[in-house]
Design a protein around this ligand. Structure first.
Ligand SMILES: Cc1cc2nc3c(=O)[nH]c(=O)nc-3n(C[C@H](O)[C@H](O)[C@H](O)COP(=O)(O)OP(=O)(O)OC[C@H]3O[C@@H](n4cnc5c(N)ncnc54)[C@H](O)[C@@H]3O)c2cc1C
Length: 380
């Protein structure tokens, strides 16, 4: 097995790093990063940043050339993700456009839908949000109750979504709606966020700003032409769209950076040399993050080879989340002051990772999938 990068991939990474150096504002680390990548400030900035990346031909390496991409293997997309994550995700919400919303439109969209949306995504200046979860439909998404009723050439949507990251600044919502009584009767609508009858309310929480929003729909009229796929086809589209989405978050990158920073602090106050258990835990963390890296690379490799999604994808998330949780515990045990305003960068890491085991399918569900599909164990 070859673990090295090709010369082309190394060159692509160099160009991405160079773009980050040249494009990010000088106060990026102090002003933007602590705000979180879902904050209004950062989401707005992403329009400028992604447009500049697109101009340099770096935004969509793995997309087909006829849609603005460079026809590169998925490794390039992954290199982009690693570097962006390490830099504090200056793409804001637009990582979703590139990872799954755009590709889904390319696969399932009508030519009119593609003409309307793909140009904006590939130009790097459109914000989408994902309207899936509801107050009583998270893990059990099929319990969703937001209804879309057909009335001639449009649907009338009523209901609400919750946890909708980026909703305050989004131009469009990729919305799951119920279009019939059975659990499977769920469809996808592409909804302009400035449609009459939509309102967004944010609420506070431990996680940083921009993620915790509710979106209310009251008699919102959405043209039938904005439905993606057929009525009732949502599950097959969403399953396809998100099959690999959750693997693409290289948390080991930021985890190792945070660990370096923590060790620096612990050395500075003399505790590092004095505490062998602390050093043992730090060593274990490096091993866990590296294991997460290898698992992630394995899954990206499967994707590049067009192999069907396997439980390795779920396992890689579990390994990654275990490392992240252990890293947060390490900070809480040894540097608790950092988490209450004493150190902006470590506090940033801690807060942004609070929901790591929840977003995009909880850790328990990932383990269930590994148990049932990977190990053939009976359903609990
Ligand atoms: C920061 C953040 C951003 C988010 N952004 C978005 C977004 O942009 N768009 C969007 O649509 N959603 C978003 N979400 C919602 C996220 O997808 C849900 O929180 C997640 O799917 C879990 O659903 P829930 O919160 O309803 O928890 P629940 O489904 O109620 O789960 C609660 C607990 O019960 C466990 N559990 C539930 N069912 C089972 C089972 N069958 N077996 C074992 N354990 C089980 C879960 O693992 C969990 O520990 C976001 C969430 C967060 C925290």
């Amino acid at each position: 097995m070859e673990f090295g990068w090709t010369d082309d991939q190394i060159e692509y990474r160099r160009k991405v790093k160079q773009a980050l150096d040249e494009l990010l504002p000088p106060d990026w680390d102090e002003r933007y990063v602590p705000e979180s990548y879902a904050s209004d400030l950062q989401v707005e900035y992403s329009r400028e940043f992604c447009a500049a990346l697109a101009e340099r031909g770096l935004l969509l390496p793995h997309w087909p050339a006829r849609f603005g991409g460079s026809d590169c293997p998925d490794w390039y997309h992954f290199i982009l993700g690693e570097e962006m994550k390490a830099a504090g995700e200056p793409r804001g919400s637009q990582y979703m456009n590139v990872n799954w919303i755009g590709p889904t439109l390319l696969k399932y969209g009508t030519s009119e839908q593609q003409a309307r949306h793909v140009g904006g995504i590939s130009a790097g200046n459109v914000i989408w949000c994902q309207g899936f979860s509801e107050p009583n439909a998270g893990t059990d998404l099929a319990a969703l109750r937001t209804r879309a009723e057909l009335a001639g050439d449009h649907y009338v949507v009523n209901g609400s979504k919750i946890w909708t990251s980026y909703a305050r600044k989004a131009d469009w919502c990729f919305l799951l709606v119920r279009t019939g009584p059975a659990r499977k009767d769920v469809s996808i609508l592409l909804v302009p966020m400035d449609s009459p009858g939509i309102s967004v309310t944010s609420f506070p929480g431990l996680i940083k700003d921009g993620h915790l929003n509710e979106v209310f729909f009251t008699d919102v009229r959405v043209p039938v032409a904005n439905r993606l796929g057929e009525e009732g086809q949502a599950w097959s589209i969403v399953t396809h769209a998100l099959a690999y989405e959750r693997v693409g978050v290289p948390r080991y990158h930021t985890g190792l950076d945070a660990l370096d920073l923590a060790v620096e602090r612990l050395k500075a106050d003399g505790r590092w040399e004095a505490d062998p258990i602390m050093r043992y835990r730090a060593g274990l963390l490096v091993a866990k993050f590296e294991a997460a890296r290898m698992m992630t690379y394995l899954v990206v490799d499967q994707r590049v080879k067009r192999e069907p999604p396997s439980t390795d994808a779920n396992l890689s998330r579990v390994v990654s989340l275990e490392a992240v949780t252990e890293m947060s515990n390490f900070l809480a045990d040894y540097l608790p002051d950092c988490l209450t305003g004493g150190d902006a960068l470590l506090e940033d890491y801690y807060r942004i990772n609070i929901p790591a085991g929840i977003t995009g399918g909880t850790n328990e569900i990932q383990m269930d999938l590994v148990a049932q599909r990977g190990l053939g164990l009976p359903k609990a």
